[in-house]
Design a protein around this ligand. Sequence first.
Ligand code: ZN
Length: 123
Amino acid sequence: MLIKKEHFFKCPSCGVNIQKELWNIADARLFPDVNKEILDGKFNIVLCSKCKVEFYAEVPFVYQDVNKKLFITVFPEIMKKDEFKIRKQLNSVKDEKNLNKDLKDMIFFGIGSLVEFLKLLEK
Ligand SMILES: [Zn+2]
């Protein structure tokens, strides 16, 4: 399973092109530290080599925790306007793959929603 993936994007501060490997799948069972990284705002953080500004690289990723039966796809917040279309696409993929029906399959937009959700789980 692909855990990290090469991404290309622009630094939001100076606009320089950046190429970096980012988490594609955050698996809380394989990497127990990933919850802390997400909660501390260190997940998929990129340091621009030119202007030295740190920023969160907003790329889609999957957060999964098999022990808690969670399967969460996190999309960039800007994609929320396409939510209906995305849900429809994901549902057709799910039918094809015949994904485990026990899994709680969720969609979030923006890492902030995931942070809030994980905080609730920890309570
Ligand atoms: Zn920069």
